[in-house]
Design a protein around this ligand. Structure first.
Ligand SMILES: Nc1ncnc2c1ncn2[C@@H]1O[C@H](COP(=O)(O)OP(=O)(O)OP(=O)(O)O)[C@@H](O)[C@H]1O
Ligand SMILES: [Mg+2]
Length: 149
């Protein structure tokens, strides 16, 4: 069934910690009986947000921190990903599909976050870091629907 829960992770800004955060999210979400597909989509949205902090927020500096908060309340999932890096001057432009400030990047991170989550909010200002808050109502499995009737 899955009780309401909340965890806060503060990780060093090294690439290895993107996969660590994914693994923690997998464990955190395990009790909620999600399909493999939904679980994977949530993990993709989360890792896109975390890697953005490391690549763009901190310019790949490895001595910084990213704070990730995962919370479920009444099957409403909230994931907050926060850095104290360079920030974003034009948030609307940054969220446009295929917009990237880096030549070698596709500019699809925000597209994945918006596609796989119900709603996302971006709070950012130059020099003040970036916070991304993502929401998704965790779908009930067929088994849970059967139990309710
Ligand atoms: N945490 C952040 N700090 C500063 N800038 C950011 C942050 N997250 C995103 N951005 C800006 O928003 C742009 C778009 O982000 P998005 O994740 O959609 O694409 P990308 O990271 O450039 O490419 P991809 O995710 O496909 O590798 C980035 O190129 C960057 O300029
Ligand atoms: Mg990205």
């Amino acid at each position: 069934m899955g009780k309401d829960n909340r965890v806060v992770l503060k990780v060093k800004s090294i690439g290895e910690n993107v996969s660590l955060v994914r693994m923690v999210a997998g464990g955190f979400l395990y009790p909620y009986d999600l399909t493999f597909e939904v679980l994977d989509e949530i993990k993709i949205a989360l890792s896109e947000a975390v890697s953005n902090c490391m690549i763009h927020g901190y310019g790949e500096a490895e001595d910084q921190e990213v704070i990730v908060t995962l919370e479920v309340q009444d099957r409403q999932l909230t994931m907050q990903v926060e850095d104290t890096g360079v920030g974003i001057a034009d948030i609307a432009q940054a969220m446009e599909p295929a917009f990237s400030t880096r030549e070698e990047h596709m500019g699809l991170g925000f597209v994945f976050m918006q596609t796989f989550m119900d709603q996302i909010e971006v709070i950012s200002a130059p020099g003040r870091g970036t916070t991304v808050v993502m929401h998704k109502l965790l779908p009930a499995t067929e088994q849970q629907i059967d139990e309710v009737g």
